[in-house]
Structures are given as C-alpha cells and as structure tokens.
Design a protein around this ligand. Sequence first.
Ligand SMILES: Cc1cc2nc3c(=O)[nH]c(=O)nc-3n(C[C@H](O)[C@H](O)[C@H](O)COP(=O)(O)O)c2cc1C
Length: 286
Amino acid sequence: MTGVSLVTSYGPQGKNVMAAEWTMQISYKPMLIAVFIHSGSNTLANIKKTKKFGINVASEDQSTLVSIAGGYSRGEIDKLKIRGSFLMLKSKNMVLPMIAGCVVNAECKLTTIKKIGDHNMVVGKVISITHDETKKPLVYHRNRYFKIGKMIEPIRHKVTVDKKTFDQFCLSHQSKFILKCVGVLVQSKNKMLVLDDKYGNSAGIIPFAHARKSMDNKKELENHLINEKLGIMLKEEPKIKRLIMQNKDRSQRINFILFDGILENKSERYTWQSTKDNTLLQALIK
Ligand SMILES: Cc1cc2nc3c(=O)[nH]c(=O)nc-3n(C[C@H](O)[C@H](O)[C@H](O)COP(=O)(O)O)c2cc1C
C-alpha cells in the first residue's frame, strides 16, 4: 500500500507529469524527498538535465489523473495538454508545472541521483511546500485506488481515577500526547504493594518512574527503587498496559511497562492496598 505522487518536470522533453508511488520524505532537516524512477522515463531525462522537479501528492479525487500520468509516457502524448484533465498551479520558486487539487505541492532541487537495482533514486531538497488540509491522500494498493479508511485506535482501556492519582501521574507531564511510565507490580493475595503516604510524591500508587526518552526502562525503574529504598527484584518479560486515565473532564493516554516484582526485604516505605476498590490497580493487574 502506498500513496501516489504526480512528479512534474520541465526540460528537454518539455513539460511533463508522471505517477510515482515510490515517493517519500526521507529527512526533516533539510527536508528531503526521494522518488524512485525507472530509467526509460522522460521525467528522469528532464530531471537529470534541469536538476529540479515537483512532487504533487495526489488527493482521493485524482485517481483519473494518476492513471493518465502513469499510463502514458511524454514520448507518446503531452499529458499536461489533455483537455479537461490537469489543472495547473503557478510554481513559487522554480519554473515547473505544478498540479492543482493535490494534498501537498513541493518544489524540489535535485541533490542526489543514484541507480539502485532497476530504478533510480532521485533525492530532492524541498525549496517550497504547501499543504491543503482539506484534501485527503489517494491510496494505491494492488493496482487499484482507494480512499483512506476508518482510523484504527490500538487497544487502550479507559480507567477513571481520583484527582490525587491523576495528578500524581500527569501533573508535570500534561503536554505529552502519550505519557510513558515504568512500574512494578508486587502482589500478595488480593493486595498490591504501593508507596506509603509518608514517602515520596507517589503515595498510594505502585512504585513507578516516568520513562525518559531513549533510556533503558528496566534500569530506570531499578534506579527508582534504589532511591526509594525498596528492595524489589524485577522479573524478566514485562507486560504493557495502555490506558486512558480519566478524572472529570481531564484525560491522559498512558503506556505502562509493568514488571512483576518480588519483595526482597521489608521496609516502612510501602504498604499493601486492596485492589478491590482501586480502579487503577485493577486495570494494571488485568
Ligand atoms: C499508480 C502508478 C504508480 C507508479 N509509480 C511509479 C514509480 O514509483 N516509479 C516509476 O518509475 N514509475 C511508476 N509508475 C509508472 C510511470 O508513471 C510511467 O512509466 C510513466 O509513463 C512515465 O512517464 P514519463 O515517461 O512521461 O516520465 C507508476 C504508474 C502508476 C499508474
């Protein structure tokens, strides 16, 4: 499955457009786009000569245009002149034909061209780019065109918690789209080990740490347990719990990496809490 771009060019072969499903952004800074083009293409001949091209990401109402651009070569017909087909935009920085009605229009300056297998990797630096948020991209799959289907949300369980619990997890991290935590579950019958009220900010909830980006989650948790003076041995093979934590009108997506733990020494820092009336503990052990 891919999207499809209309690759435009202006060179010795005249003004031209071809369809290319093998098009993608490959760098943020500088913004680079790569498109993979077969050696016989007139577009490639144009780009080699003028070192510029346009990427026009086709929208879901442009399947006919894509089919024309991909079904004919510039040597066979001047595609851009076919009546009632391509509507043109004025190019912003370069003399290039650009196509109207697309999701994205990007003018690119050639930076690299390299034969790879039976295609040529053509990489361009984006000189100007516009995005029409009202348009949706066309989808291409097994030689057929589709619209983007329904959004799929990976499974996430909703859990309603009290204000204190919500704040303990979320207050300092509210701007995060998904909050990542790593914690330990130490169970004894129907009770779970939680931090005691007298210690730390996270009283009443399982020992956990906010997992920092690129840091080893298990080590992060082990360090946290050492700081909290909790002797808990972590088992291998954690589980992941993906929750939406809610309190009144506030909600936060949280991913928990959860290790099962074995208590190794007694401490005053923890207490045992029944999972019966605690919605969060119930969600974590499920
Ligand atoms: C949906 C679709 C996607 C295509 N994707 C590519 C592609 O990624 N790379 C490529 O070299 N050709 C691709 N083609 C084929 C070219 O668009 C086709 O060879 C075209 O005639 C080349 O035109 P030109 O010779 O005028 O440059 C695709 C065709 C279609 C219909």
